[in-house]
Design a binder for this molecule. Structure first.
Ligand code: BG6
Length: 482
């Protein structure tokens, strides 16, 4: 027997807001990411650009006063080209394809009773096309696509009423696609709100007095909504599996000094807080001190704790791109080594975007998550964002991407040998798409090249990279030939 179990779900991952385009077609309403403009690297530096913080900023963006380059509005036009794209995924042998449903395609404002039939019909066509090719959809309910109206009217998830709106949306799509979709995820990277309250929870921070209070209260609403969605999914689609999704950040101590070890442990706990709630079904006690010291009081309604406890997820999915380093020294200057600020790890190389590459960290992550939770795991994002060059003969020789993926898949194999129950692997951005953090097109992750630049110029033609044939072979041999 090979390293990977039979039925292992190999595939690729995407999100509606970075892929579909057609932001104003088919009755779709605006979403939070439709409002984020492209800012060139010279102006942005190493920062990510995805937060909107005030009503004024939102109005200026809506009025086009901050430029008109909104890359996530155009995506890569999957909305019109899904057949061609799915055929390419099928050619690679995908067993599964991760996509998200754009919430405002189904409920343009988010708080209506009646869904938008045109939006529902679009995903019917996509799921049917996947079924024609024998590809199992893995669907995220919320991947940074909160309807903009919910931000303007309610300040996003800060308002408890969003729980009902979300559950209504979830029930609508479970009912509609119950015969077509068996794998679901509730919130993509639920922990992102602590970094970007706008993208994670639809909160304009200028409207709140105490940012962290608002974020953790919004997260409580999202936990409850997620548990209610799990309940609804199990009732409506008894043979479905539904998971949570975490941006996993393994944290290493900078040295074996106990101060560093403790700092790393505490950083790690803050990351695992989210899955503690969604997998174990209750708030971990270590957060009490954090809440107290930061003057955060979570308002819970009667029944919330029971809902969390009774409707935990079937599996834990996560994204994995890098690891972090923590120091206990209070005055230690923090270098910006990663997506989230942190200390650089001298043992690791970094991508062109400074994301430190750590395949062994993936094995450590898998082992640690499995030790802690004992539920099936699913890697639903991993990959290398890189600049690709199209050679004169039209080829794209992305050996760096193959090396990156090979090293990570090898470590997955080791973790499986270590006893980890791993359901599948969907590499991020299997077809080039718009970057979440920088809105660049030039930060490419795909096996399939898409002819488009950061300004939307290009033919949108699809072209196979060298990694396309490589991944095809990985899947065909169930991970034996890397
Ligand atoms: C994850 C997101 O954070 O990382 C994806 O779930 C995102 O939406 C991916 O695209 C990679 O990040 P970026 O900024 O390189 O697109």
């Amino acid at each position: 027997m090979g390293r990977f179990p039979e039925g292992f779900l190999w595939g690729g991952a995407t999100a509606a807001n970075q892929l579909e385009g057609a932001y104003n077609e088919g009755g779709k309403g605006l979403s939070i990411f439709d409002m984020v403009t492209f800012v060139p690297k010279e102006e942005r530096g190493n920062n990510i650009e995805m937060d909107v913080t005030s009503e004024e900023e939102l109005d200026e963006l809506l009025a086009g006063k901050k430029g008109d380059n909104f890359p996530k509005r155009r995506g890569i036009d999957f909305y019109h080209r899904y057949k061609e794209d799915i055929a390419l995924f099928a050619e690679m042998g995908f067993k599964t394809f991760r996509l998200s449903i754009s919430w405002p395609r189904i409920f343009p404002n988010g708080d209506e009773q009646q869904p938008n039939e045109e939006g529902l019909a679009f995903y019917d066509k996509v799921f049917d096309e996947l079924a024609n090719h024998g590809i199992e959809p893995l669907v995220t309910l919320s991947h940074y696509e909160i309807p903009l109206h919910l931000v303007k009217k309610y300040n996003g998830w800060a308002d408890r009423r969003l729980v009902d709106f979300f559950v209504h949306y979830a029930e609508t799509v479970f009912e509609r696609y119950k015969d077509k979709v068996k794998y679901w995820l509730t919130f993509n990277e639920i922990n992102i709100s602590t970094i970007s309250p706008y993208i994670g929870s639809g909160i304009l921070v200028d409207r709140v007095e105490h940012k962290e209070q608002a974020v953790y209260q919004a997260l409580h609403h999202q936990f409850v909504a997620s548990a209610r969605a799990v309940k609804a999914c199990h009732e409506i689609i008894p043979d479905a599996k539904i998971g949570c999704m975490l941006a996993r950040m393994e944290v290493y101590p900078e040295t074996c000094n106990p101060d560093d070890v403790l700092a790393a442990l505490e950083e790690d706990q803050k990351n695992l807080f989210f899955t503690d709630v969604q997998v174990r079904g209750y708030y971990p006690s270590f957060m009490n001190r954090y809440f107290e010291e930061n003057n955060i009081k979570i308002e819970m309604l009667p029944g919330d704790e029971e809902m969390l406890r009774q409707h935990t997820v079937d599996f834990l999915s996560f994204s994995y791109y890098m690891t972090m380093v923590a120091s206990g020294a209070p005055d230690k200057a923090k270098e910006k080594g990663n997506f989230f600020s942190g200390i650089k790890n001298p043992f690791l190389e970094a991508s062109d975007w400074g994301w430190q590459i750590d395949p062994k960290g993936l094995r450590i992550t898998l082992k640690k998550l499995y030790d802690r939770y004992q539920v099936p795991l699913f890697i639903v994002e991993n990959g290398l964002g890189a600049y690709d060059t199209v050679e004169e003969d039209g080829s794209i020789n992305d050996d760096y991407r193959i090396d990156y993926l090979r090293a990570h898949i090898e470590q997955m194999g080791e973790a499986i040998k270590d006893g980890v129950d791993l359901m599948g692997y969907t590499s991020w951005g299997c077809i080039d798409l718009i970057s979440a953090g920088t809105s660049e097109m030039s930060k490419r992750y795909g096996f399939i090249y898409v002819d488009q630049d950061d300004y939307g110029n290009g033919t949108l033609e699809r072209r196979k990279k060298k990694s396309f044939e490589w991944y095809k072979q990985v899947i065909a041999t169930n991970g034996d030939m890397l």
